[in-house]
Unconditional design. Structure first.
Length: 34
C-alpha cells in the first residue's frame, strides 16, 4: 500500500515539478542507511 500511495502521488498534480528525481519507496530502509 505505501508503494501504491507513492505512485499515485507522483502521477498526480501534487508534485508538478518532480522530474528526474530518484524517490525511494522502501519503508524507510534507505533513510536509516541500512
Amino acid at each position: 500500500e505505501p508503494v501504491a500511495r507513492a505512485v499515485v502521488a507522483l502521477l498526480s498534480d501534487w508534485f508538478p515539478a518532480t522530474t528526474g528525481s530518484m524517490i525511494h519507496v522502501d519503508g524507510g530502509y534507505h533513510a536509516i542507511g541500512a
